[in-house]
Write a protein that binds this ligand. Structure first.
Ligand code: FNR
Length: 358
């Protein structure tokens, strides 16, 4: 079958994965309202095309923290890529590199950071959860710096894991052959222990994530790295302002793909208030429900500097390894370029609030 939209990877991926891994990928938390809202917010947008503009050479190129990127479409951090494909994160790194895209590697990657870095031909950022074991956190930061990762992304919307009912019903646990190899085995044991009616990931996070941390703790991390610090999971102007006050370098507007607080706002809706609050003082990325180049265009028009794709990259990875990852990213970028052409906005800097309407 020809792949003409990222959703074309979805049935192929579904066929390759067990039903419980599929539920882990696709599911949200609670009644999955935020999961649905993320998509609806994009569906509600319309574009305001301008005509008689020279669109002979549209350019989706951009840069973040001084690193040039062929596209503003990057890979969101998602855990355990070896559940999707035997080549796991190495395939993701190759695919992202081929597409000229940023790849944010999850702290729960199933291959070593150093090997992912070797496979990569594009920039990598490392995503972290704040673990109770600060020594483990420091070790990860040091390894990321040594392996030339370009930024740290601290996910702040998960002091505990959201109530993911599909995983609880499935008694989901991570296959013991697939491990979060960048963490000490003692730290990850619970995520492999099955128990009927509950998710091992929920039990694992309750054990290992530190729910006591506050804004004041960011100084501890800041003192331990020279890398830019990005906060992922910001949904309000108040928290965006606090991020600025605490010396954070960028934020990702995200509700974790509808997997954390259900009834949280759609990412695209939260983007507006975060961008307005920050007034251009730091880059704002966004993720959640982005499936087409038109969605990317809308996010950029509302002030995002870049967008990240979560599930679509996993569909591509499961369906076709590195080629599927590159395929998903290239497709969305090609759609973005097409939209830039037909709206008369050939540069990313031409995509402003006048380009869209709700
Ligand atoms: C995630 N996400 C995530 N986020 C994070 O900070 N660390 C992680 O390890 C993971 N793991 C993870 C696994 C899976 C299977 C999914 C689907 C998601 C959230 C992710 O980074 C991103 O916020 C959302 O996936 C974006 O929404 P879409 O593009 O999936 O709709």
């Amino acid at each position: 079958m020809s792949i003409l939209r990222v959703e074309d990877y979805q049935p192929i991926a579904r066929d390759r994965l067990t039903p419980e891994v599929w539920d882990f990928v696709e599911g949200g938390s609670g009644a999955e309202r935020t999961l649905a809202a993320n998509r609806q917010a994009f569906e509600d947008m319309t574009l305001r095309p301008r005509v008689l503009v020279d669109v002979s050479d549209p350019d989706p190129g951009t840069a973040l923290f001084g690193t040039p990127l062929a596209t503003p479409v990057g890979v969101a951090p998602t855990a355990y890529h070896r559940l999707m494909h035997p080549d796991g994160e190495l395939a993701t790194a190759r695919g992202a590199g081929a597409a000229g895209a940023l790849y944010v590697v999850s702290v729960f990657a199933s291959q070593p950071l150093e090997e992912i870095a070797k496979a990569a031909t594009g920039p990598l950022w490392l995503q972290l959860y704040w673990l109770r074991r600060r020594d483990a956190l420091v070790a990860l930061v040091e390894r990321a710096e040594a392996a030339d990762f370009r930024a740290l992304v601290l996910t702040v919307d998960a002091p505990r894991i959201g109530r993911r009912l599909r995983d609880a019903r499935n008694g989901f646990a991570i296959d013991p052959d697939v491990r979060a190899v960048n963490l000490d085995a003692a730290l990850t044991a619970t995520s492999h222990e099955r128990s009927e009616g509950s998710s091992a990931l929920d039990r694992h996070a309750a054990e290992e994530f530190d729910p006591t941390i506050t804004w004041a703790d960011l100084a501890w991390l800041r003192a331990r790295t020279r890398l830019p610090i990005v906060l992922k999971g910001i949904l309000t102007a108040e928290d965006a302002q606090l991020a600025l006050d605490h010396g954070v370098d960028a934020v990702v507007v995200s509700n974790h793909g509808g997997r954390q607080l259900d009834q949280a706002p759609a990412s695209l809706h939260a983007l507006g208030e975060v961008v307005a609050g920050l007034g251009g003082r730091m880059p704002v990325l966004v993720d959640g429900g982005v499936r087409t180049g038109t969605d990317v265009f809308c996010a950029l028009a509302l002030g995002a500097s870049a967008v990240l794709l979560g599930r679509p990259v996993l569909w591509g990875l499961a369906a076709d390894g590195a080629d599927g990852v590159a395929g998903a990213l290239d497709l969305v970028t090609a759609e973005l370029v097409h939209t830039m052409t037909l709206t008369g906005r050939p540069r990313l800097s031409d995509i402003d609030g006048t380009a869209v309407a709700r």
